[in-house]
Design a binder for this molecule. Structure first.
Ligand SMILES: [Fe+2]
Ligand SMILES: [Fe+2]
Length: 281
């Protein structure tokens, strides 16, 4: 990572660092604040051409993370109501966004290949940049609510899904953007409504930004899944369904946010065949 130029507070020189090398340095950064800053700086450097080569530096198995939050099994997560419930919700989303920063850069470092066009890297750099923005918005909001990321426990489900798909870019694209991030599109409008009802306009505003930008992340997943599946001679939709059945341990459940999924190019014909019936209220 370049040293910051104290006079301008900007990266002074990226030298001949490659994109995969810069991605690994983000993954190896434990501090969430520093990870977010590096993610955004690296994205800017790629966009401006200060980082030009992709290189081939493999990522660590697990990204570096701070000592807190403590990672627990999802069933051990405490349930909270009222204002504490809102903090718990924002904390849980912040944790997802932090994982998402690492997932974007892991996509680049792990699956970099001369077979992939530059647009593949452009898309995942954009995702890494926006996930860092989302994490930063949520940490700022938590601070306004006199809380901080790390105060509450969190679960490790996201990175476990990542590890189970570390061997194949198509499996990773199926599970990370097209199941997990698409699920975010389904559940976020309900959270926004609850925050609005509770009068927490600022948190609702942040979630609206996240929801709008996550459409682009699902779109990137859909685009590259189609590109790579077709290059392998596979029919994309059935290939997607087979990979989700094999590598996703959870259930794909309605109700779906069809409008946002459709806006990402992700048509119901892809995911409907995977859907388990809606659980009774
Ligand atoms: Fe995000
Ligand atoms: Fe995302």
């Amino acid at each position: 990572m370049p040293t910051s130029n104290p006079e301008h507070g900007r990266p002074a020189d990226w030298g001949d660092i490659t994109l995969t090398q810069a991605a690994c340095r983000i993954l190896e950064t434990a501090s969430p604040a520093a990870k977010s800053i590096r993610s955004r700086e690296t994205a800017a450097a790629w966009r401006h051409g200060a980082i030009a080569e992709i290189g081939a530096v493999p990522p660590p198995d697990r990204p570096a993370r701070p000592d807190h939050p403590v990672l627990k099994h999802p069933s051990e997560m405490p349930r909270r109501r009222g204002a504490a419930g809102r903090v718990a919700l924002l904390h849980a989303i912040a944790h997802i966004e932090l994982n998402a920063i690492d997932l974007a850069w892991d996509m680049i470092a792990r699956f970099a290949s001369p077979d992939l066009p530059r647009a593949f890297y452009d898309d995942w750099v954009m995702v890494g940049d926006e996930e860092a923005k989302h994490f930063t918005l949520l940490s700022t909001r938590l601070a306004e609510l006199e809380a901080a990321y790390g105060d509450l426990p969190a679960h490790d489900g996201l990175w476990q899904s990542a590890q189970e798909t570390a061997h194949d870019v198509l499996a990773r694209l199926a599970v990370a953007p097209l199941v997990l991030e698409a699920r975010g599109l389904d559940v976020t409008p309900v959270m926004i409504e609850k925050l609005d009802k509770a009068g927490d306009i600022e948190s609702a505003r942040i979630l609206r930004i996240i929801l709008a930008e996550e459409v682009g992340h699902v779109a990137a997943g859909w685009r590259w899944f189609g590109h790579i599946a077709t290059a392998r001679g596979l029919d994309p939709a059935p290939a997607f369904q087979a990979l989700v059945r094999r590598y996703y341990r959870g259930t794909v459940r309605p109700p779906f946010n069809r409008a946002s999924r459709e806006a990402a190019g992700f048509s119901a014909a892809w995911y409907e065949p995977l859907a388990e019936p809606e659980s009774p209220a």
